[in-house]
Design a protein around this ligand. Structure first.
Ligand code: OOG
Ligand code: NI
Length: 465
């Protein structure tokens, strides 16, 4: 009987994200600078806003506030993706959502591996935005074939990692010693390699097809390309970056700054040009450079319903029909002003957002509600009478337009390219070896379950469309 010695998957994920953070700070010193800036701004924000501090103390673990929320990798083959799914499962991370980025000129499709349960998110929210390269979108057939050959020859997981994944699947988890070994082994997959597995000519051709193709195909493994801590004031960190010697991307992605934050706002510092070497003649290495790695920050708001999401998408489209943010930041103020103006149409009051069915909320009984148990009324009356309260459910996923903006600004802004939109979720899920969780269904379920906790005073409404 080994069951009692199994380490919870959440603990393995926490150890993994801490190890990844240390490795990345070591590999990319500018990321360490960003982390210090985020911690400083978070501290200042908390001192200036005691009510926020209190709320965070009550709902979150305040001491983990500046820890990483996510990272990202780009994989080359279906086999890599399906093994990655199995590796993340050991850490309690499951594929949620399907993102087609071809529409935005990036030849990948993606999912986010993340903890799903509330308690798991609280223990450690780390997730990994994981993209699979779509060689089928590359026109040059011979290059496509060569790239596929290079990818087929690499092994991104150590033998030790694979053995431990299989063991975890067999035994339903890992004991402490194996969990520690697993974190060490799996970290190898995310490590930076400054020696390419292609020669300079091949790199140039891959790069000409798309920078992202060069990034995925040219190296031994899917180096982590950024990590992302949470900030309590994204606009302030964006503004302070230059003072700290790091170059921010042109604009913050996502919705404008609001009283009631929705979805996700993100920004990053631009990817660094780093020295690498390519396979040369007679066993020599040829020096060159590659630009891929950066640091990002995020601030999250409420998860929107399909109706709310459609409104968000419409308003974002409308903004971008009027002004497209220039990569060099020259029209950033005009872009921000237009975004704020257009988004006035999105209600900025929690109760309005709720009543219009734009966002997901968690309902609970107030003390008064608990005392009134047995007295049945409808939900709106119960809220109006202070028997039931509601809190926004935080959006834990990603946004394709924002992701594309992050990709673009880190691939070099001249790299924008057109692809025929071709979402192919089935192809992705076949490669993954599993289906992805539908994020809307998931949030709706959290809301529905929370409603059940209010049945003592609320008549459950008939499920409405
Ligand atoms: C992933 C970009 C997407 C985000 O935060 O939207 C992403 C990548 O550059 O590989 O991480
Ligand atoms: Ni990101």
């Amino acid at each position: 009987m080994t069951v009692s010695r199994i380490v919870p998957a959440d603990e393995i994920r926490a150890a993994f994200s801490a190890a990844m953070s240390a490795m990345y700070r070591d590999e990319v010193p500018a990321y360490g600078t960003l982390m210090s800036l985020v911690a400083k701004v978070n501290d200042e924000t908390l001192s200036a806003r005691p009510e926020l501090k209190k709320r965070l103390e009550e709902t979150d673990s305040l001491d983990r506030i500046s820890e990483e929320r996510h990272g990202a990798i780009r994989l080359g083959t279906p086999e890599e993706l399906s093994m990655m799914r199995r590796a993340f499962a050991v850490m309690g991370m499951y594929p949620v959502g399907y993102y087609d980025l071809s529409t935005a000129g990036v030849p990948v499709h993606s999912t986010a591996f993340r903890p799903v349960e509330d308690a798991s998110l609280k223990r450690n929210p780390f997730r990994v935005f994981t993209s699979l390269l779509r060689l089928d979108l590359i026109e040059d057939e011979s290059l496509r074939r060569e790239a596929a050959e290079v990818l087929a020859s690499r092994r991104i997981f150590t033998d030790g990692a694979i053995a431990l994944i299989e063991k975890a699947e067999r035994d339903g988890g890992l004991d402490q010693a194996d969990a520690t070994r697993f974190v060490g082994e799996i970290l190898e997959t995310f490590r930076w390699h400054d020696r390419a597995i292609v020669d300079a000519d091949m790199y140039r051709r891959l790069h000409a097809a798309h920078r992202l193709v060069a990034d995925v195909v040219s190296f031994r493994g899917p180096h982590i390309n950024h990590l992302t801590p949470r900030t309590l004031d994204i606009d302030k960190v964006q503004a302070l970056m230059p003072e700290f010697g790091i170059a921010p991307k042109a604009v913050v992605e996502g919705p404008p700054s609001r009283n009631c934050p929705i979805l996700l706002r993100q920004t990053s510092f631009k990817a660094l040009e780093e020295p690498v070497s390519f396979i040369g003649e007679n066993g020599e290495w040829r020096p060159g450079s590659h630009t891929a790695r950066f640091g990002e920050i995020e601030q999250r708001g409420i998860a929107l319903t399909p109706k709310g999401r459609t409104l968000y998408d419409t308003l974002l489209d409308r903004t971008r029909a009027r002004i497209v943010p220039a990569p060099d930041g020259s029209n950033a103020p005009e872009y921000e002003a237009t975004l704020a103006e257009v988004f006035k149409e999105f209600p900025d009051d929690w109760n309005e957002i709720r009543q219009e069915g734009l966002g997901y909320f968690r309902y609970s009984l107030t003390e008064k509600g608990r005392a009134a148990a047995g007295r049945k009324t409808d939900l709106e009356t119960a809220i109006a009478e202070g028997l039931v309260q509601f809190d926004p459910i935080v959006y834990e996923d990603f946004l394709p337009v924002s992701a594309a903006g992050i990709f673009q600004s880190n691939l070099g802004d001249d790299a924008a390219q057109e692809f025929v939109a071709s979402p192919n979720r089935l192809m992705f899920e076949r490669a993954l070896g599993a289906s992805v969780l539908d994020e809307f269904a998931h949030y709706a379920e959290i809301e529905r379950t929370s409603m059940e906790s209010c049945l003592a005073v609320v008549e459950m409404p008939i499920a409405a469309e």
